[in-house]
Each structure stands twice: as C-alpha cells, then as structure tokens.
Design a binder for this molecule. Structure first.
Ligand code: 4NP
Length: 162
C-alpha cells in the first residue's frame, strides 16, 4: 500500500548550497530511519539566486558524507511564492532568511513559518550560522545544530501528523 505524504517541510537558507541542503539530507535520513519515508514531503530552497541548479557546496557535501548523508543529488533552487501552497512547514536557518520569507508569505498562509532551531530551544541559539566564508569548523557546526533540531522537529511532526 502506498501512502500520500501527511505533511510537507521546506528548509530555506540564502544560497541553498550549504545549510538548507544539509537540513534536507539530515531530516530525510531521520525520517527514513523512523520508517516514515513517503509520509513526509521534504525539500529545500534558497532566498538568493546565485547558485540555482548547482549541487551543494563541496565542503558541505564532504562534511555531510563523513556522517553518512549523501547530498550529491540535490540541486539549488530559489524559494517561490507557490511554496506557501505546497509546504505546511517552512523553516529558515537565520533571521534574515525568515524576514525575506515573511515578505513573500501570502496573507492566507496558515502553515508554520519559523526558524528551524526554535524546535530545539536547549541549543541556546536560534540561527544556523552561514558557513560559506569560514573554515571547516563552520560546516561541522551546521551539521551539529541541524541534527539536533531536526530530530526534535521530527518528534513534533510525528505526534501531530503521522
Ligand atoms: P547557504 O550558504 O545560505 O547556507 O547556502 C551560502 C552559500 C552561498 C552564499 C552565501 C551563503 N553566497 O554568497 O554565494
């Protein structure tokens, strides 16, 4: 028996080549491990357009692969207004992403538009820092923060939708 997705989640950052594809791949793996593949529609997008069509940054891919997440098939795209029709959860990596999304948000949107890290308040930070211009440690920090918050996001979604 095939089942339709019960819920849909879009992760958003600036370039869609570092943070949001990391969240996309990590959450997809957590969902699969929970036996919920197919029940949750997952995607990622960027507020900027520089990297449209590109795979995730090689540094992001390498760091993710060391933890068992293969991001190689993902391609960057820009977030669009129609995403508010398709996704019940639209989760931004930082406040600037969230502000940009709020400007795009149709007045009638009744889903959850928020920061991903708000799902794990014990982290003590609300933003996933942009690793693009920094060193290797930044990419590890992205993975640490996203792994923790997306596990809590999955618990949240599971109890409400699956
Ligand atoms: P992301 O990182 O928003 O996590 O994908 C960035 C990627 C590229 C740029 C900025 C941030 N850029 O300026 O090209």
């Amino acid at each position: 028996m095939t089942s339709q997705p019960a819920v849909s989640v879009l992760f958003v950052c600036l370039g869609n080549i570092c943070r949001s594809p990391s969240a996309h791949g990590i959450f997809a793996e957590q969902v699969t491990r929970a036996g919920l593949a197919g029940r949750i529609l997952i995607d990622s997008a960027g507020t900027g357009s520089w990297h449209i069509g590109n795979p995730p940054d090689p540094r992001t891919q390498e760091a993710a692969l060391r933890r068992g997440y293969d991001l190689s098939t993902l391609r960057a795209r820009r977030v669009e207004r129609q995403d508010f029709d398709r996704f019940q959860y639209i989760l931004a990596m930082d406040h600037k992403n969230l502000d940009d999304l709020r400007r795009l948000q149709p007045a009638e949107y009744d889903g959850v538009l928020d920061l991903l890290l708000r799902f794990e308040p014990t982290l003590g930070v609300e933003e996933v820092p942009d690793p693009y211009y920094g060193g290797e440690q930044g990419f590890e920090q992205v993975l640490d923060l996203v792994e923790a918050a997306s596990a809590r996001l999955l618990e949240h979604i599971r109890t409400r939708h699956c």
